[in-house]
Design a protein around this ligand. Structure first.
Ligand SMILES: [Zn+2]
Length: 107
């Protein structure tokens, strides 16, 4: 199902200072289809995969990094991109959170 979403990057104008708004491809709105192509996730999916005990054990600096990741509407979990790299640093191999994220990534 497609549905329109406001583009928060360009305030629905399709343009940003550097030219065409890339998140909406210059059309001024986004659709679920554009943004939910694997491995793009809603932030709530990342939040739901997070083990609260593991989150609480993070340092203040790492909590701030985590909050940057989940404060995005959509989280790009592509290998080598900031979100995944950050989450993998915060939640080490064998942690519940990483295992949950691996499950939603399906890889
Ligand atoms: Zn836009």
């Amino acid at each position: 199902m497609k549905f329109k979403r406001d583009c928060s990057y360009c305030s629905n104008t399709g343009q940003v200072a550097s030219g065409i708004c890339l998140p909406c491809s210059g059309i001024g709105y986004t659709t679920a289809d554009i943004f939910l192509e694997f491995p793009i996730f809603y932030a709530y999916q990342i939040f739901n995969a997070t083990d609260s005990t593991e989150y609480l054990a993070l340092s203040a600096a790492n909590k701030a990094l985590y909050q940057l990741v989940v404060s995005q509407s959509f989280v790009d979990m592509t290998e080598g991109k900031n979100a995944k790299t950050t989450l993998w640093v915060l939640f080490g191999e064998g942690s519940n959170t990483r295992d949950n994220l691996i499950t939603i990534l399906g890889v």
